[in-house]
Design a protein around this ligand. Structure first.
Ligand SMILES: [Zn+2]
Length: 152
């Protein structure tokens, strides 16, 4: 089935705003999301407006946004891959940190990406010893390859 609906994604890891196309006739658990440009998103929604569907948003699609860090990707599918990879890297690192540091809560987990998109992780408000930091660094280096995450 062709995609017939649009969802916007604004990740918490950067300022990009990305249009994702999916098929809203499928149950939520079976939907897959595909990168589309703002123009493609508008065309998908316009087709439904033109077909007379009343519950379709009459306003133009919100603009797609390319953050400064992801400008080299342009508005392409590789943008989605990169943004998704960074978002998952941040979330998976938190999940692994929680396993190694049982007292860790989300508010103790500080993260940012440096200019090379290396994930920088530190902790506040929870006791984390050097052994736990080393174990987390090793686990992340194995999972993602060395140099993508820096546990401080
Ligand atoms: Zn971005």
């Amino acid at each position: 089935m062709p995609n017939n609906a649009i969802q916007l994604w604004s990740p918490d890891t950067c300022g990009c705003v990305i249009h994702l196309a999916y098929d809203d006739r499928l149950p939520a658990t079976e939907r897959t999301f595909t990168y589309v440009t703002e123009a493609q998103a508008e065309a998908i929604v316009k087709a439904r407006r033109d077909a007379g569907e009343r519950n379709i948003n009459p306003n133009p699609q919100p603009p797609a946004v390319l953050c400064a860090a992801h400008t080299p990707h342009g508005f392409t599918a590789s943008l989605l891959s990169q943004v998704m990879e960074e978002n998952q890297r941040k979330n998976i690192t938190f999940g692994q940190a929680q396993q190694l540091i049982p007292a860790l809560k989300v508010e103790n987990y500080n993260w940012s990406f440096d200019n090379n998109r290396v994930l920088q992780v530190s902790f506040t408000g929870v006791a984390v010893n050097q052994n736990q930091r080393n174990n987390l660094q090793s686990a992340m280096d194995i999972q993602f390859g060395p140099g993508l995450i820096k546990i401080k």
